[in-house]
Structure formats: structure tokens, C-alpha cells
Design a protein around this ligand. Structure first.
Ligand code: SF4
Ligand code: SF4
Length: 429
């Protein structure tokens, strides 16, 4: 570390909202180390600077002027190496908001040009232009007219355009569809007479990577609900947020609020835990004041599909013994964000499927664009998940998050990776 290169008074004048956020978090930290034990990145690398406590101390040193430019770049990289899993914030005895601070750090370093890895021209284009509702609607109209080139362009509107490029092992992934599965299903599927309404938020996984998941979700939900499928929905905004583009994320979130409000539904259901987290927990605090009331109305209605299936047994079909046990990986956005670890396994067991589960205790390393930014680290974090899977003797992994799905498919190409609802409502050819 160098000596401070700003005077204390200049620092005080120039401190941004982010500076204040870092300092407030840092002042609450008692250096107890609980977050270190919980952190999957620290667990894989054993470096204090990659734990919440270590990152906070480095961020504080940076704003006190103790770090030179090179060290600052290393600090921006450390922010990019956080999975944003929330385990540090959830387990901190002093309520230090580690995950929120590191999310803000990504935005700060991207904005100030320190995180060069996040600033490719394509990503800037995505961040500035793609969330435009007018452009998006025009693209939807053209997409419906069936022009393949425009279908391809629309693919790039999804969060997958941030999740997939530069991904080591991407050749092991199923191809991203050139056509949104959302447009292959009706606007509404009727449930039983007098059934309540749900709005289905497909997420990038159902729309672009697994059209069978979208259809299985509709088949399950329509057993008890009338299902509205708003066609103006888009990416939930989490990849933009993770990439350090909060303004782009806000535009995406506001577009989704309009689409979901128009469905006039009793519940908002999504088969993706990360989309559920974003709709329920990120969106209300990130939209403009004009949209805040609508966001607050929608947030309590959000349900991740496995949780709803656990609450509503009528949504499930008995699967029968399939001969092979299923390993259930519970995403951090279910276990940490919603505090629920057993629902996916319970649903499958109730349907007659033998399961092993990691109980939501193991981050798979697929979060927050880390597989794209630092595939080596992401693979190292995956090792504990791989060991648990190998011990189970299962050949199938069930999980419900686009990031986890990509990570398990990338790191374990010999296994089949499916959503629980796909196991229960598989299409029979
Ligand atoms: S758990 Fe909280 S108080 Fe303890 S070291 Fe981590 S951030 Fe600081
Ligand atoms: S959010 Fe997760 S990966 Fe990031 S510092 Fe906290 S525990 Fe570690």
C-alpha cells in the first residue's frame, strides 16, 4: 500500500454515494470472520481479499486513498469475483450488507472504467440501447413477422447475451434458440372454471434455452390456474445488474412491471429462482418513483415455481420410479434469498422420485457472471458441488435457475440437467 494521495478534506468533498455506502458497511463490520466461513469464493481460494470482510477492508482503503491504480484494478477484479450469493449478508451478526456493497462496487468500477473486462462495445450497446421499450416493441413486431435475422437480434435482447459470450465450455451448452419460445404459446391458457389467474414470467431459460420448460410449466400451472403469458416481458434485469449496469437493469425491470400489471393476475410465477429473486427483491428498490407503487403491488405476488408446487400439490403429476435417483441442486436465489431449501426435493419425492439434495448449502459457482468473467474460479467453486453429486450416484441434476443450469451443463456435461417441472411433465414423443 502507498501513502494516502488525497487530503482528508478533499476526500470528504468528493465522496460519492458509493463511498458512503462502503464506509457505512465497513464501520459496522466487527471483523468477526463469520462471512469468511460462509463464502464459496473464499472456500475455493482461501484468500482473505476474496471474503466479504477482506473486500470491505480493501474498498475502504481505496476510498481513503491508500491504493494505487494497479491495486485498484485488482480490487475491481475482486468485485467481479463475488458470486453475489448473499451468504455473507445473510449470516453477518452485524447486518453488514456485503452483497449489496459488492453489487454497487461492480457498477462503480464499470462506470469509472476500472473494470475493463465489463466494457466491451457490445456490452455497452446492450446496456444503453437494448432496454429501450420502443425498440423492444418494434423488434417484437418484426420478430412476429418471422424474419430470421430479426429473431437473432431479439435473442440478443435477453440476459443470455450477457451470460453466454466468452464462456469457457460454451460448446457444451445447448444452443440458444433463434426464436423466442414465448411466441409459440398462446397469450392465455384457461384453467378449471373459476380458477385464479397467474402471470407466467418465463425468464431467459424458458424463453431461449429450454422451450420444453416453458411448455411443462404451463401444463403444470393450468391444472389449477388460468395462465396468462405476457408477451412484452423480457429479461428480469439481473445479468445487467451483475454486469455493473444498474440503469439498464432498471429499464428492463420497468418494462416487466408494465407487462405483468397488464395481466391482472393474482400471482406472478416463474420457473427461475433468479428471476423470482429479481422480481420480488431487487425490482421494488430499483425502479423510478413513478413505478414504485406498481412494483410494491407485484412483489408479494411473486412465486418461484417449485415453491408454489410444494404449496399446491395439485400442480404435480406422479412421475413414477424412473430408475435413476435425481440430485437436487438448490440455487442460492432460493435458499438464501427466500430461505427455502427443501421445496424442490419435496416436490420430486412426493411424485415418487428418489432424490439426494445439497439442501441449498452449496453454491455451484454459476452466479453473477463469474463463469463468464473468471471461468477458472467458477470451476474451482464448482468442485464441492461436483463431489456431492458424485457421492449421490445420480445421473440427473434438477435445478431451477438459469445461472445454475448453465454452470452444471458446462462443468458436468455427462449429466442431464433439468428443471423439476420437466421431470414431472416431460413431453412424451
Ligand atoms: S460477518 Fe459481518 S461483522 Fe463479521 S467479518 Fe463479516 S462483514 Fe464483518
Ligand atoms: S456475496 Fe457470496 S461470494 Fe460474495 S462475498 Fe458474500 S458470500 Fe462471498
Amino acid at each position: 500500500m502507498n501513502r494516502p494521495h488525497h487530503s482528508a478534506s478533499t476526500d470528504t468533498e468528493k465522496r460519492s454515494t458509493f463511498d458512503q455506502e462502503v464506509l457505512a458497511a465497513s464501520h459496522r463490520c466487527a471483523l468477526c470472520g463469520t462471512c469468511q466461513k460462509e463464502c464459496p469464493v473464499y472456500g475455493a481460494r482461501r484468500r482473505e481479499g476474496l471474503s466479504a470482510r477482506g473486500r470491505l477492508r480493501l474498498l475502504t482503503a481505496r476510498f481513503e486513498g491508500y491504493l494505487d491504480k494497479n491495486t485498484e484494478k485488482a480490487l475491481a477484479e475482486a468485485a467481479d469475483q463475488c458470486m453475489l450469493c448473499g451468504r455473507c449478508s445473510k449470516n453477518c451478526p452485524n447486518d453488514v450488507p456485503g452483497m449489496e456493497t459488492f453489487k454497487a462496487a461492480r457498477a462503480f468500477f464499470a462506470e469509472t472504467g476500472v473494470s475493463a473486462g465489463m466494457l466491451s462495445p457490445r456490452r455497452l450497446l446492450l446496456a444503453r440501447m437494448l432496454p429501450s421499450p420502443r425498440l423492444f416493441r418494434a423488434m417484437l413486431a418484426l420478430c412476429r413477422s418471422g424474419k430470421p435475422l430479426l429473431d437473432q437480434l431479439l435473442t440478443r435482447f435477453s440476459g443470455l447475451s450477457m451470460l453466454l459470450p466468452l464462456l469457457a465450455g460454451a460448446e457444451k451448452l445447448p444452443p440458444v434458440a433463434s426464436h423466442a419460445a414465448l411466441f409459440d404459446v398462446p397469450d392465455e391458457v384457461a384453467g378449471p372454471a373459476g380458477a385464479p389467474r397467474v402471470a407466467l414470467f418465463s425468464g431467459c431459460l424458458g424463453t431461449w434455452m429450454r422451450p420444453g420448460l416453458l411448455r411443462a410449466t404451463i401444463r403444470s400451472l393450468s391444472r389449477r390456474f388460468t395462465v396468462s403469458i405476457p408477451k412484452l416481458q423480457g429479461c428480469c434485469g439481473l445479468p445487467a445488474l451483475s454486469g455493473g449496469f444498474p440503469q439498464a437493469a432498471t429499464l428492463l425491470m420497468e418494462r416487466n412491471i408494465e407487462a405483468l400489471m397488464a395481466a391482472r393476475a393474482d400471482l406472478i410465477v416463474t420457473p427461475c429462482a433468479s428471476c423470482a429473486h429479481t422480481l420480488a427483491h431487487e425490482t421494488p428498490g430499483r425502479v423510478s418513483p413513478a413505478m414504485a407503487e406498481k412494483a410494491a403491488l407485484l412483489a408479494p405476488k411473486v412465486r418461484e415455481l417449485s415453491l408454489l408446487m410444494a404449496e399446491e400439490p395439485g400442480l404435480c403429476l406422479p412421475a413414477g420410479k424412473n430408475g435413476s435417483p435425481v440430485f437436487v441442486h438448490v440455487p442460492c436465489h432460493l435458499s438464501v434469498s427466500f430461505g427455502v431449501s427443501c421445496a424442490p426435493g419435496d416436490v420430486l419425492r412426493r411424485a415418487g422420485i428418489d432424490t439426494f439434495t445439497d439442501g441449498g448449502e452449496q453454491c455451484c459457482g454459476g452466479g453473477a457472471l463469474v463463469p463468464q468473467l473468471n471461468p477458472g474460479l467458477s470451476t474451482d467453486v464448482f468442485q464441492r458441488a461436483r463431489a456431492a453429486f458424485n457421492r449421490s450416484g445420480a445421473a440427473i441434476v434438477a435445478t431451477e435457475c438459469s445461472g445454475c443450469f448453465i454452470q452444471w451443463t458446462r462443468c458436468l456435461p455427462t449429466a442431464r440437467v433439468l428443471h423439476p417441472v420437466e421431470l414431472l411433465f416431460a413431453e412424451r414423443s
